[in-house]
Design a protein. Structure first.
Ligand SMILES: [Zn+2]
Length: 207
């Protein structure tokens, strides 16, 4: 996961219109063509891409043209369970199709204790805007500090790694590849072979 400094800023006029939509209608309106809805979704996407530097909030792999993964707007607390937060910018991140998709996040209930206001809720999931990620999720660092194998170091962190499948073998392999390409580009010829070997070992541990 990546620490995110802020969520998308939404024009107050637009937000007011969205807040006026009946709670139970909001998940359906999400897919509608109303101007306030499309503006909101546009801002979440364009600002989110900048804030997250074109990376998935969960698996951190590159999105869009640079990466091979398509960009999704992902409700942190799913709108199917919590329609009241369908149009809360803080409840949205940009994610890849894998993390947002049916195989992983889908409609998992991410809230531990529901409150009247979003900020008062207690989450099962490590919250990308509110939580300091390193306190919950860390990369298992071997002697080479390869940031490949991920682990939860708190209850929230373990919940998130498990439910978001952040230790999935495919993802681990993708991260290893990224590290490999980064290091290959940064003039580290001598220990390169060894690093790749260790990255591969790390993947096996994750599997
Ligand atoms: Zn992802």
């Amino acid at each position: 996961m990546i620490n995110l400094p802020r969520c998308a800023a939404i024009d107050p006029g637009v937000q007011k219109k969205l807040d006026a939509i009946k709670v139970e209608l909001r998940p359906k309106r999400w897919y509608g063509k109303a101007k306030a809805v499309t503006t909101f979704k546009g801002e979440v996407l364009t600002q989110g891409r900048l804030i997250q530097r074109e990376r998935c909030a969960w698996c951190t792999l590159p999105l869009g043209a640079e990466g091979r993964r398509t960009i999704h707007r992902d409700h942190i607390a799913p709108s199917s369970i919590y329609p009241q937060w369908t149009f809360v910018a803080k409840n949205l991140v940009i994610s890849c199709e894998y993390c947002n998709g049916l195989a992983v996040k889908s409609d998992i209930d991410t809230i531990k204790e529901l409150k009247d206001t979003y900020d008062d809720c207690e989450f099962h999931i490590v919250h990308p805007y509110d939580d300091e990620i390193e306190l919950h999720i860390q990369f298992d660092s071997d002697q080479d500090q390869l940031p490949v194998v991920i682990k939860g170091v708190s209850a929230k962190g373990r919940w998130t790694v498990k439910n978001m499948k952040l230790d999935d073998v495919g993802l681990t392999r993708e991260r290893a590849k990224e590290v490999f390409y980064e290091r290959r580009g940064s003039m580290l010829p001598a220990p390169e072979e060894d690093l790749i070997e260790r990255a591969l070992d790390a993947m096996n541990i994750a599997g």
